[in-house]
Design a protein around this ligand. Structure first.
Ligand code: GLY
Length: 437
């Protein structure tokens, strides 16, 4: 068997490792020369992964049995569509199904029209005057979200990124005059966020363990939103600050959404990601991603004993399969270029792999390029380090003293997955959920 993987980030390194676990030969098309993927792939082609004709041409030559697409951008550019039209077995949604991610307004409207639970009060605007009148009328704090893809960095929240209605209106004006055609103004929901991912084919859905992404750039959950600075997963035990009822509620919402989608629009095929928030009114859906999350996929796939290749084969051929996970806690921290989240300054980094592995950490390469022996950062996240185990203090101790084994300029949040952060989140959720309906 041969699998083609499109994408070259940390998530794709994790997908690649899961594919080769089944004995499958891996070939990769990516924007960057990811050293982790280069090592495990039979062939790695670096080029524009969003260019559908070029990807098709390469796919015809590589002749894979199955195709996986990691990032959202190739989906939005119709790469899955052209491969499906050409009879490749693609374990990813079409661009129509991916609209659940590529247009947040479409997703909200679909939920409203089909009465899918977990929706949030929201209105879409393409001109700042109407948005301004709306904002002046509402009596709740609000969130501003560009309609299209923003790499997780476009959402701004009242009380966090801006304070007053006037400041919010200025951001709306700036967004609409700087390339965003449409944006959403949504009611702010207070609570802890969590990511629930699943593999889907039509009505069939296989859930993965919940993960929490640390989106903010700086320690203490401060600073601008990023694609995700790291993430935590407690395997099938769920997250310690999200109660089982909330998690089951979120699963119900995701199932309802894809079932209604299959009836009204099209069968959704491939990985899906629900970004949820636990609130006293039950779980609310913040966003859908038509793919696995990055970094969330890395935690989950490194704990998953089942190969994603076997999942794709079973799901695309309507066979039964169940997923098996190791019962371990997985803490992930991303090395990013200095200034990531605002003005990233990429530089050269040098990892002493042997010493990092000796500490018991796993290495997942992301948006870096290997040229000769030189590892260059891009403006995005560079390398994910994952520590697994059953005891949080042992797991976190592996991250101590990293500068002695990683040279160069980089940033990393040192509070991801610490006991202090987890206790803080438990306390905050207890207070929030006291008012549960
Ligand atoms: N970590 C959030 C995302 O993948 O969009």
């Amino acid at each position: 068997m041969r699998a083609l993987l499109i994408g070259g980030g940390g998530r794709e390194h994790a997908i690649g490792l899961s594919i080769v676990k089944s004995g499958t030969e891996l070939v990769v098309i990516a924007l960057n020369n990811n050293p982790g993927l280069m090592r495990i792939a039979k062939e790695m082609i670096v080029g524009n992964e969003n260019d559908r004709e070029w990807v098709l041409e390469n796919a015809k030559r590589l002749n894979p049995d199955y195709v996986f697409i990691g990032p959202e951008s190739p989906l939005a550019h119709g790469v899955s569509d052209i491969l499906i039209e050409n009879k490749f077995n693609v374990f990813a949604p079409t661009s129509t199904a991916a609209r659940l991610e590529t247009s947040k307004a479409f997703c909200r409207q679909f939920m409203t029209e089909n009465k899918v639970r977990g929706n949030i009060e929201s209105a879409a605007f393409s001109d700042s005057k109407s948005a301004q009148s709306f904002v002046n009328e509402i009596d709740y704090d609000f969130v501003i979200k560009p309609d299209g893809l923003t790499g997780g960095k476009g959402v701004v929240v009242q009380g966090v990124h801006f304070q007053t209605k006037e400041e919010g209106i200025k951001i709306i004006r700036d967004y609409l005059s700087s390339g965003h055609d449409t944006l959403l103004v949504e009611k702010k929901v207070v609570g802890e966020e969590f990511s629930l991912q699943a593999f889907v084919n039509g009505n069939k859905i296989l859930f993965l363990p919940a993960v929490q992404d640390y989106k903010r750039a700086y320690e203490g959950d401060k600073g601008p939103n990023t694609g995700g600075m790291g993430s935590i997963c407690f395997s099938e035990k769920g997250l310690p600050f999200i109660d089982p009822e909330t998690l089951e509620g979120a699963k119900g919402i995701l199932k309802e959404l894809i079932t209604e989608f299959a009836k009204k629009v099209a069968n959704y095929v491939g990985p899906i990601y629900g970004g949820f928030i636990a609130s006293p009114e039950g779980p609310k859906l913040l966003e859908i991603n038509a793919r696995l999350g990055d970094p969330e996929a890395i935690n989950v796939l490194s704990l998953m004993e089942t190969s994603i290749m076997d999942v794709a084969i079973a799901m695309l051929n309507n066979q039964d399969i169940s997923l098996e996970f190791r019962d371990r806690i997985s803490i992930l921290r991303y090395l990013v270029p200095c200034g990531y989240g605002t003005r990233p300054i990429p530089s050269i980094i040098d990892l002493d792999e042997e010493k990092i592995l000796l500490r018991g950490l796993k290495i997942y390469y992301a948006s870096v390029n290997l040229s000769g022996k030189q590892l260059s950062q891009t403006t995005s996240r560079s390398v994910a380090l994952v520590s697994e185990g059953t005891d949080l203090s042992h797991i976190n101790a592996r991250f101590e003293g990293l500068p002695s084994v990683i040279r160069g300029e980089y940033s990393m949040r040192n509070d991801i997955g610490t006991e202090t952060m987890i206790e803080k989140k438990k306390k905050a959720m207890k207070t929030i959920m006291t008012g549960r309906a």
